[in-house]
Design a binder for this molecule. Sequence first.
Ligand code: FE2
Length: 309
Amino acid sequence: MPLHGLASVTIGVPDVEVTSAYYADFGLAPQPAGGWMSTTDGGHQLRLVHRPHRQLVELVVRASDRDDLARIAGRLARLDVPADGSQPDTLVAVAPAVGTRVVVRVLPPITPTVAPLPASNGPGRTERFNRRADAVLRSGAVQPRRLGHAVLGTTQLAVTKAFFVDGLGFKISDYISDRGVFLRCSADHHNLLLLAAPANFLHHTSWEVDDADEIGRGATAMLEDHPERHVWGLGRHHAGGNFFWYLRDPAGNFSEYFADMDANLDDQLWKPEVFEGREGLYDWGPPPPPSFLHPDDLADLMIGSHTAA
Ligand SMILES: [Fe+2]
């Protein structure tokens, strides 16, 4: 695939300092300059900047080479979307409706640190004996490996989808009825989910950790002194198949720990499905709270959307 994943997100928030402290607790490493925070494998992947309303300001997508940028520029032109290719190895366009600045940049692939599979026990299968489970002996703070995906609410689903699919070349992995579409630009089941919404807003960003135990350890640490951060988890999604736990940052954006997502979908073999009802949301876990589907600040964001428009 000419595109090979997300490089970074820039999130606008009213209080950068307070929100930075949240993401440091989440396990991202603050960098000395520019408001950047890092994952262990992906490097600088989150930047926080000041905005009056929370929003996804910028999304950087990794491309393989300059020819990819030229092809994308041609496709965007056919969609009548202006694109700026004046910077080297970079193409910049604004995603229609959502207003996010999308930067496609020639970048090397991320080399993941391999997470060893812990020995586990089950009926008729004993891999671990005379010692405690690896997971209960873990003591260090959880550190996300990399940025996995972002989820955007859009007031014009068809237009925003056309930009990412017909313009940038994202592939369709699955649908949530006629209200959402999972898109990928890497081996992951999804790197972007677009949801029809009454406002243009950032629903969540998602960060990969080694396994379900790291999700549990990370969320437990996040909630210890801040139970108000809890949103939804632990559970397992149907679309994408990943374990999840969602938490809320001080600006109202959700951040997700995820592990074990479906991967390497072959364009010839993978058949996108349309999920209705619960399968569009999850396989198992506690029921999602109403605020997951309709964030508490949605009315404020609608006013912000209209002001911006
Ligand atoms: Fe997610």
